[in-house]
Design a protein. Sequence first.
Length: 94
Amino acid sequence: MPNDNTTRWTVSVSKETDIAVRSFLAQRGLKKGDLSKFIEEAARWRVFEQTLTETRAAFADLAPEAVQDLVNEATDAVRNETRESLVRAAKQES
């Protein structure tokens, strides 16, 4: 995994966590180097979960229909931007 896009971390975990994670990885045939990949994936999931929890809390006072309307509006805006970008790119190629 070492390349120009990585950062080295020094982390401390309990012995029990170390054994549990390494055993989990070993049972699935993963090697020592896969620990970094596992930690990165776990960190990404945790950030996602926290963001989702905070977002749900921020919209808790809205009716589900209102939230769906916001999602639809945002989705339509992104789709329109993407279409416009693709049309511009196609025009530049011709």
